[in-house]
Design a protein around this ligand. Structure first.
Ligand code: FA5
Length: 336
């Protein structure tokens, strides 16, 4: 067995080692349990004592030499791998259009709701809420919308599939249901706003969505009149859109208010034109509604209003299409 040949072979082969698999091959060939050095040490045992010493010491230094070559080769591979990694410059700015580490913010709908409730809380209102999954009593019956009223048409509402005998449930179509929930549990004076989601199978277009948000207002006390309603809506409009905004009331009809009105603001467009824009409905709470919650309409009167949160946000920020609120396009969301 020629140790010089083993040494020369190792030197030649270690140069060619470029990958971890090749390093392992090298280790097995020279240092493995059946490798060349093992065979050499088996050979050592068969030698005459006179040759043993010289062969043994040569074998020891060859073993050290090859172990060092192997160690150096594995180190070299490690460095090659690290060098490849370093081609990713971790200090370089990200390539996607919005920096993923920019802190998020509240959605513009939630920001608008916060602004509205803050404004109304300065006018003495507290915030109430109710379930989105409602029964017909709270969404219709107690609001003076009788059983065969067209507003209850299954085609105009999202009813849940229920067993035939079970009471119908629906996704609420208006936050007016919260009026009833509040009056059931509290006695006047009542002064609340209730923001929340509502659902209607309306055809989707630039100003209509099948899910949107309303903010309901309800005031019940002794001696509340239409003047209080008009003042309240006017103050809200000025607080939200600026003190020079013009408001107007138009007679309307809602089963749960009498008289009823819709309120508009005069909106000025960039091209100099202006147009009245409807913000919501309102009116004096109908005596039938007070009766449904056992309030004596000879003692108490009140007003209620409901406005579309998307619609007021669109007016305030010049958003032209309601669908932009729900598309979750960061280029839109990040503007607010
Ligand atoms: C109502 O929902 C009444 N509950 C409002 C009310 C409350 C009247 C209290 C009297 C007393 P209306 O269906 O008009 O009314 O809806 C109110 C507002 O919601 C509308 O003025 C509009 O701003 C918004 N809105 C209605 N439908 C949609 C829709 N599909 N998408 C987005 N906004 C809508």
């Amino acid at each position: 067995m020629n140790l010089d040949e083993i040494s020369a072979a190792a030197r030649a082969k270690v140069e060619a080692v470029k990958t971890a698999a090749q390093a392992e091959e090298f280790r097995i060939e020279f240092l493995g349990s059946k490798g060349l050095l093992k065979q050499a040490s088996d050979h050592l045992r068969t030698l005459e004592p006179v040759h043993k010493r010289e062969f043994g010491s040569k074998l020891n230094s060859l073993k050290k030499e090859i172990e060092e070559q192997y160690k150096a080769a594995t180190e070299r591979i490690k460095h090659v791998a690290t060098a490849a990694d370093v081609t990713i410059d971790i200090t370089e700015p990200g390539k996607i259009s919005v920096d993923p580490y920019t802190p998020g913010s509240l959605h513009i709908i939630n920001q608008t709701i916060d602004l509205l409730t803050e404004l109304f809380s300065r006018m003495g209102f507290s915030v109430a809420d109710g379930p989105e999954l409602e029964d017909e009593f709270h969404n219709f019956e107690a609001l003076n919308v009788p059983r065969h009223h067209p507003a209850r048409d299954p085609l105009d509402n999202f009813y849940l599939q229920r067993p035939a005998a079970a009471a119908p449930f629906m996704l609420r179509s208006q936050t007016s249901s919260v009026q009833i929930r509040v009056m059931e549990t509290r006695r006047p004076p009542i002064r609340i706003v209730a923001p929340g989601r509502v659902y209607r199978p309306d055809t989707v277009d630039a100003t209509h969505s099948w899910m949107f948000h309303q903010l309901e207002g309800l005031v019940i006390d002794r001696g509340i009149t239409m003047v209080d309603l008009k003042t309240c809506v006017d103050q809200f409009a000025k607080g939200f859109f600026g003190s020079d905004v013009q408001t107007r009331f138009r007679p309307s009809f809602f089963p749960f208010t009498e008289p009823s009105a819709e309120f508009d603001i005069l909106f000025h467009y960039a091209d100099g034109s202006s147009r009245w824009i409807e913000l919501g409905g309102c009116g004096m709470v109908d005596p039938n509604v007070l009766a449904a919650v056992n309030l004596d309409s000879d003692i108490y009167t009140g007003f209620a209003f409901g406005l579309g949160v998307e619609r007021v946000a669109m007016r305030r920020h010049g958003i032209e299409d309601i669908r932009a609120f729900y598309e979750n396009d960061l280029r839109f969301n990040a503007q607010f």
